[in-house]
Design a protein around this ligand. Structure first.
Ligand SMILES: NC(=O)c1ccc[n+]([C@@H]2O[C@H](COP(=O)([O-])OP(=O)(O)OC[C@H]3O[C@@H](n4cnc5c(N)ncnc54)[C@H](OP(=O)(O)O)[C@@H]3O)[C@@H](O)[C@H]2O)c1
Length: 166
C-alpha cells in the first residue's frame, strides 16, 4: 500500500482558518484533488470531516476520532487512530491522507508521496501543514499556474517522493 498525503497550503503553510480554507475557492485545485485521488480511499481527521469544505472519496472514507459513538454519514467509517485506518486499507494499492493538520503530522513519517498545492500568498491560519525536509522528500514534479478570472491567487502543484523509496 502506498501512503499519499494531499494538501493545499499557503506560502506560510496555512491550511485552514476556523474550519475553512484560508483562500478563496481555487477550482483547478479541487479538480486536481479529484484527478489525483480517483478510485482511492481517504483518511481524514474528525475536525476536517466536520468542516463545510469537506472533501471525500466515492469509494470510501475513514474518519479518525477518539469518540467511540461518533455518528457519521453514509460513506464514512470511524477509526480510532491513524494506524487503525491504515490497517483497514492495507490491501489497497494507494490510500490518501487528506488532513487536517493533526492527522498530517501523524501521517508524515509514514508517507511515501506528498501532493502539495502551494497557494502563492500569505494567509492567516489556525492549522498548518507540517514542515518536512528536502532530505526526507525529493521534489519530483512542479506545475505553476498564474492568476486568472477563476483563480484569485497563483498556485503550484508540487509532488514529493520519499527519498529512501527511490
Ligand atoms: N488545505 C487543506 O488541504 C486542508 C485539508 C484538510 C483540512 N484542512 C483544514 O484543517 C483544519 C482541521 O485540522 P485540525 O488539525 O484542526 O483537525 P483534524 O486533523 O482534521 O482532526 C483532528 C481530530 O482528529 C482526531 N484525532 C487526531 N489524532 C487522533 C488519534 N491519534 N487518535 C484518534 N483520533 C485522533 C481527533 O478527533 P476527536 O476530537 O473527535 O477525538 C482530533 O480532534 C480545518 O481548518 C480544515 O479546513 C485543510
Amino acid at each position: 500500500m502506498q501512503i499519499s498525503l494531499i494538501s493545499a497550503m499557503s506560502e506560510n503553510r496555512a491550511i485552514g482558518l476556523k474550519g475553512r480554507l484560508p483562500w478563496p475557492h481555487l477550482p483547478n485545485d479541487w479538480a486536481n484533488f479529484f484527478k489525483v485521488t480517483k478510485g482511492c480511499r481517504m483518511i481524514m481527521g474528525r475536525k476536517s470531516y466536520d468542516t463545510p469544505d469537506r472533501l471525500a472519496s466515492e469509494v470510501g472514507n475513514f474518519v479518525i476520532t477518539r469518540q467511540e459513538d461518533y455518528a457519521l454519514e453514509e460513506g464514512f467509517t470511524r477509526a480510532g487512530s491513524l494506524e487503525e485506518a491504515l490497517e483497514a486499507c492495507k490491501n489497497d494499492k494507494e490510500v490518501f491522507v487528506i488532513g487536517g493538520a493533526e492527522i498530517y503530522r501523524q501521517a508524515l513519517p509514514l508517507a511515501d508521496i506528498i501532493h502539495l498545492t502551494v497557494v502563492h500568498g500569505t494567509f492567516e491560519g489556525d492549522a498548518f501543514f507540517p514542515a518536512f525536509s528536502e532530505s526526507e522528500f525529493k521534489l519530483k514534479s512542479r506545475q505553476d499556474f498564474p492568476t486568472d478570472e477563476q483563480h484569485a491567487y497563483a498556485y503550484s502543484f508540487l509532488v514529493y517522493e520519499k527519498t529512501n523509496n527511490q
